[in-house]
Design a protein around this ligand. Structure first.
Ligand SMILES: [Zn+2]
Ligand SMILES: [Zn+2]
Length: 314
């Protein structure tokens, strides 16, 4: 089966997006960010690959982030194609305008519970610009195990709650779950997720068991399985640091821990940083390494010997 990768620039912090065309299946995965430049890059790339936009029957988006769903409506309209997403992420594109309002209220509420200073939280919410997406878009919502044009939909929550991967003929299209150059944000990139790091680690296991050539949402394909272990190791080390912060600080909030980990955070990084700390704290709580001792904001205490460390990754 032919897989054509088309780099589409986003101007976003994650760098160039990777759109994938499977010409024999009429499938396009993650067409890229919104905007004229990206649209021109996608069309030129498809032309070079010998695929007409009109030949696309199915547009699959791995998750709701604008740099992945940005061009879905445009391609679907031009090709009379169907857009497919996991049922937990589908509403954030299908009902974009209303869901965006809901998301901003949830982000503000969640950042308050993480202990983010109000002025910074307000800056994050005020700095959120609407993406140039239709208020509403028809989307076909899927559960894990569904088939689209011979491809199997896998649920890989963590980076977002309804993140999916596409498995077909020894190829895995993984969106932002596994990236070649850095570890994707877990915790701040979707404030709906309850225990995003535990979910993310299970998603990595699911993808590794499935096997195949990994095609990430940014950058080029990954053929080596070591990347799975590198990302697990990154989180293991970070969880250990978070645990150490809980033992040395006085009942810290996620925000206090994020400041220890990342220093000063501006703009949306305040949400990503605090969310990352909160994700590690939830994971450690699940394993009984720390316990929640306050609610507004959340506060944590250690439940293991500081020298022995957490058991979460044992
Ligand atoms: Zn993303
Ligand atoms: Zn992305």
């Amino acid at each position: 089966m032919t897989v054509e990768r088309i780099p589409v620039s986003s101007g976003g912090p994650e760098g160039t997006n990777s759109a994938y065309v499977l010409p024999e299946r009429g499938v396009l995965v993650d067409p890229g960010p919104p905007g004229e430049e990206a649209w021109a890059e996608l069309r030129d790339g498809m032309r070079e690959a010998g695929v007409a936009v009109a030949d696309v029957d199915h547009v699959i988006a791995t998750h709701w982030h604008a740099d992945h769903v940005g061009l879905t409506a445009r391609v679907a309209a031009a090709a009379d194609a169907t857009i497919h997403m996991h049922e937990r992420d589908a509403p954030l594109l299908a009902d974009y305008a209303a869901e965006r309002e809901r998301r901003l209220r949830r982000d503000r509420r969640t950042m308050r519970s993480w202990g983010v200073p109000p002025a910074l939280a307000t800056a994050v919410v005020d700095g959120d610009r609407p993406s140039p997406l239709p208020d509403e878009t028809p989307v076909e919502a899927h559960a894990a195990g569904d088939a689209v044009a011979g491809a199997t939909i896998l649920h890989t929550p963590g980076h977002t709650e309804g993140h999916l991967a596409v498995s077909i003929d020894g190829h895995l299209f993984v969106g932002d779950t596994l990236l070649p150059m850095y570890t994707p944000n877990v915790g701040g990139s979707d404030t709906r997720t309850r225990n995003p790091l535990s979910a993310f680690l299970e998603s990595l296991d699911r993808l590794e068991r499935r096997g195949g050539t990994i095609h990430p949402g940014h950058g080029t394909s990954i053929e080596t399985p070591e990347r799975f272990d590198a990302i697990r190791e990154h989180h293991r080390t970070r969880s250990r640091r978070v645990f150490d912060c809980v033992t040395t600080l006085d009942r810290p909030t996620p925000w206090a821990i994020a400041e220890e980990l990342f220093g000063e955070m501006q703009g949306v990084h305040a949400k990503f940083g605090a969310g990352e700390a909160a994700a590690h704290l939830s994971h450690l709580t699940t394993h009984g390494d720390v316990a929640r001792v306050g609610d507004e904001p959340l506060r944590f205490e250690a439940r293991r010997d500081p020298n022995a460390g957490p058991t979460a990754f044992e």
